[in-house]
Write a protein of this length. Structure first.
Length: 282
């Protein structure tokens, strides 16, 4: 917790549970664009009204990097909210650790290919990708930061591919930015086993702090009552990244758990929108 962060509420309001979001009517994207042959190698595009050019957000879902837990549709409500605000959303999916081809290196290569596909399709859909903001929730927060750090991957890494799409800033919503820390802490929400499946024990090219400095603006937004991701992860990541030269802001939102971070009417999402709008210079 930063010194300026509010003290957590002694008696916070009841936190949201997943059915509070997932049982709502689900908005639909404007297009689904494949970048590979697998069912989950696809991107949903959310286009605002008008001809554009449209400021664009690269969005990455969480779910412990596990396809059976979540896919890109868990982000539909906030993607629709951004669309209504005049911001296009490139909402990517990827093969999780529980799917053939997922884990190391497949999950990372999918995320990279899905991100790079944005550059291929930007002209067709009149997408403005400079500046570009990556927004990720939970495990997707890690992938958003990792995508921003791709240019700094070790030369010998199997995860180095092509010409990485430049990302100018990252907004992580309850993310797991440091995989080495998550691998040591069974209470991380995802558990240590899934981190092992994701990384194969390799952290030099999968854990974001190993790639520091990223050279992009980073904002970590966390719920102070999040029971999935320990709030200590945010400053635990931010401090060494700042020491390495990065700009990392941490915003702790009171009366907020893990679900509220991707629910349009919440204080947490309002904070995220504020950071996204600022990063897009709107």
């Amino acid at each position: 917790m930063t010194p300026s962060s509010p003290e957590p509420s002694a008696t916070p309001a009841a936190l949201m549970a997943w059915p509070d979001l997932l049982e709502r009517e689900r908005p639909e994207p404007d297009a689904a664009i494949p970048y590979g042959d697998d069912l989950y190698q696809v991107v949903d595009l959310w286009l605002p009204q008008g001809e554009g050019p449209h400021s664009t957000v690269l969005m990455i879902h969480g779910g412990c990097w596990t396809t059976a837990i979540a896919d890109r549709t868990i982000m539909n409500w906030i993607a629709d909210d951004l669309r209504q605000r005049g911001i296009a959303v490139w909402n990517i999916d990827y093969r999780g650790v529980d799917r053939e081809g997922g884990g190391y290196p497949g999950t990372f290569l999918d995320a990279a290919a899905a991100a790079d596909a944005l550059r291929v399709h930007a002209e067709r859909y009149n997408l403005d990708i400079s500046p570009l903001v990556a927004v990720g929730h939970s495990a997707g927060g890690h992938l958003a930061l990792w995508l921003a750090g791709r240019p700094r991957l070790p030369e010998a890494s199997p995860l180095r591919t092509g010409n990485p799409l430049p990302i100018d800033s990252v907004v992580s919503l309850g993310g797991l930015p440091d995989l080495e820390e998550a691998a040591r802490e069974p209470g991380s929400g995802c558990g240590t086993e899934v981190v092992g499946q994701l990384t194969g024990g390799r952290f030099e090219d999968t854990s974001v702090p190993r790639l520091a400095p990223l050279g992009v603006e980073q904002v970590l937004i966390n719920g102070m009552q999040d029971r999935i991701i320990p709030i200590a992860y945010a400053e635990g990541y931010a401090a060494p990244m700042r020491a390495a030269g990065d700009s990392v802001a941490v915003r702790m939102i009171d009366a907020t758990g893990h679900v509220e971070l991707i629910v349009p009417e919440t204080e947490a999402w309002a904070a995220a929108v504020e950071e996204i709008e600022k990063a897009l210079k709107r």
